[in-house]
Write a protein that binds this ligand. Structure first.
Ligand SMILES: [Fe+2]
Ligand SMILES: [Fe+2]
Length: 184
């Protein structure tokens, strides 16, 4: 009977709240990083034939980022302390892959967007019927990340020399970045 009183639910609620806070923290970090990656690619390829498609993806990432910036404020989530790192590392990843060529830039997009797709799918599953609004946001963004992945594939990502290596290295980097940004 005592279980029905709200006091006894407090520890569980805190855990759930922290779980949601972690999701918002890491998603904010990821979308922040995504805007920096496309900004880095555009710095190198901004006058080339892929500029328009890169700008399209950057604009969508900016919208994702600003949604999570709003959520960080509204839900009083502590942002990751690593934003300055993602500011530099995201831009560098974008610029370096773009310097390797248009196909390498697209290989970076495929790797990053597939990592985010997997990450968002896991979050949506974990949320279940909790937080329907947050879940809907995640599903909407996930569909756009998959659109970005498809843009990468349509622009010959897989034809870049060393595709498997570039893809694997960036996927591994994304996993580390996600694990860090949830906690730090
Ligand atoms: Fe995004
Ligand atoms: Fe994306």
């Amino acid at each position: 009977m005592s279980q029905a009183t709200s006091k006894h639910h407090l520890p569980g609620d805190l855990t759930r709240a922290e779980a949601v806070a972690r999701m918002i923290r890491v998603d904010h970090a990821g979308e922040y990083g995504a805007t920096r990656i496309y900004a880095g690619q555009l710095r190198v390829l901004g006058r080339g034939p892929k500029a328009e498609v890169l700008r399209h993806m950057l604009e969508q990432e900016q919208a994702h980022r600003s949604t999570f910036e709003d959520l960080v404020i509204k839900r009083r989530v502590r942002p990751t302390a690593l934003l300055p790192l993602w500011h530099v590392a995201g831009f560098a990843l974008g610029a370096v892959t773009a310097a390797l060529g248009e196909r390498a830039a697209m290989a970076c997009t495929v790797a990053v967007e597939e990592a985010i797709d997997e990450h968002y799918a896991a979050q949506a599953a974990a949320l279940g019927d909790d937080e329907p609004e947050l879940r809907a946001t995640i599903e909407t963004f996930r569909a756009e990340e998959l659109e970005h992945r498809d843009i990468g594939l349509a622009n010959e990502a897989e034809q870049t020399p060393g595709y498997r290596f570039i893809y694997g290295a960036i996927r591994a980097g994304c996993r580390v970045a996600i694990a860090l940004s949830e906690r730090v």
